[in-house]
Design a protein around this ligand. Structure first.
Ligand code: NIG
Ligand code: FE
Length: 407
């Protein structure tokens, strides 16, 4: 068994568990945590450490803060090229949608990604994953969606799996073939949806798909086309999620909820109907403050209404070259508080337990017995300080499945 001691624990454990605190943080001063293999065996006050256990490895954390590792539930980490020039165009007045309609945007990243080899895609994605990890991330989702043909979608999803193997991080893959219309299908979006659904079984058979996503938007796909993608996913037993209500209200959230979606993401234009449908389906709202910030949006997601309805709120980086080229979950916590007025505790829950749920994972996100020993060590006294600062780098180590992977 491994022991981490002389630490302040923030368990974030739910009220029904022995590791819970009165205020949601579950703060335990002079705490300790025991891991058996890749699972947490025990977490509590060092003075209460269970006796008679054989500890093979002991780490004195010198009073540092120990929390669950962060979960980044929405990234587009595998791609080639960048879109710095489009950033300049947007700063001089062009809109994200204008650029997409003129053939730039996602399509320009698709051209660069199709031209990249498997090795080049992995070489690009690995440092990005390590940057996220350096900010405390131990589980992340990676979407395809910059290939838009079978071979390149498969190459991107394989690169995502390789990121997991190379870093030790848990990587959940999402097939986002319905991200944009590739040029060879210009004017034939329904034919392209046929292709997207047609590729799905082979990608699944190769073990490349944990979930299926689509971009339901004026510059993406219609609700009817999105429904066809979801029907194909359901026929294969694959869970779905959706880029919904980012730039306009398409009724995407209600559609996704109808399919029992794990999550609906973005949601700036979400309506009460969408919220009610998400609540009923148990769908997580994944808010993406990086995209809100970088696209200089002004329409806020309906946080108060989500909260009032009891819809779990997660936050994620949405790392991608067009709308959110950032690689720091701590910054996302800060922006979720400043822009969206989440409390620091809500932001933490949004980047841990609710984010895990958005990926269909119920074995991580808190420090409680039986959960995975996915941990982050911080040079902080209280976790609220992570959401308070920005541009700082207080993560000292991450531990994934009981193994220290980064320090
Ligand atoms: O989550 N909205 C659609 N997809 C991405 C952006 C993709 C891009 O611009 O390359 C997003 O914001
Ligand atoms: Fe996205």
């Amino acid at each position: 068994m491994k022991l981490w001691r002389n630490t302040t624990l923030a368990t974030l454990a739910p009220p029904s568990t022995p590791e819970a605190g009165a205020d949601g943080w579950g703060l335990i001063q002079r705490g300790a945590l025991l891991a058996d293999g890749d699972r947490i065996h025990w977490a509590g006050a060092e003075s209460d450490l269970p006796a008679g256990l054989s500890v093979d490895e002991e780490t004195d954390l010198g009073g540092a803060l120990l929390t669950p590792g962060l979960v980044d539930a929405h990234t587009h980490l595998v791609y080639a090229g960048d879109r710095a020039h489009e950033f300049e165009l947007r700063l001089s007045g062009a809109s994200y949608e204008d650029i997409a309609r003129a053939g730039g945007g996602i399509r320009s990243t698709v051209a660069a990604t199709r031209a990249a080899s498997a090795g080049q895609l992995l070489a690009g994605a690995l440092p990005r994953a390590r940057a996220l990890q350096a900010g405390g991330v131990t589980t992340l989702e990676i979407k395809s969606g910059y290939g838009l043909d079978f071979a390149t979608e498969a190459r991107c999803l394989r690169a995502a799996r390789e990121v997991g193997r190379n870093t030790g991080l848990t990587v959940r893959t999402t097939y986002l073939g319905a991200h944009a219309l590739p040029p060879e299908f210009e004017g034939r979006p329904d034919d392209y949806i046929d292709a997207v659904t047609g590729w799905m079984p082979a990608l699944q058979a190769e073990g490349l798909v944990d979930a299926v996503d689509a971009f339901c938007e004026r510059i993406g796909f219609t609700p009817a086309q999105t429904r066809r993608v979801f029907e194909a996913a359901r026929a294969l037993g694959l869970p779905v999620k959706l880029h919904a209500e980012q730039l306009s209200d398409q009724g995407g959230a209600a559609l996704a909820a109808e399919f029992g979606a794990l999550s609906c993401d973005h949601l700036e234009w979400l309506t009460d109907t969408g919220i009610a449908a998400m609540r009923q389906a148990g769908t997580v709202a994944v808010l993406l403050p990086g995209a809100y910030y970088f696209l200089r949006e002004t329409k806020l997601p309906p946080v108060d209404a989500l909260r009032a309805a009891g819809v779990p709120i997660a936050i994620a980086s949405d790392h991608n070259p067009g709308s959110s080229p950032g690689l720091s979950m701590p910054l996302m916590l800060n922006m979720a508080c400043t822009f969206f007025r989440l409390t620091p505790l809500e932001a933490w829950q949004g980047a841990t337990v609710h984010a895990a749920r958005a990926l269909g994972l119920s074995d991580r996100g808190t420090l409680q017995a039986g959960h995975r020993a996915d941990l982050a060590v911080w040079a902080l006294e209280h976790p609220r300080q992570l959401a308070y600062g920005f541009g700082h780098d207080p993560c000292r180590a991450t531990i994934v499945g009981g193994h220290r992977t980064l320090s």
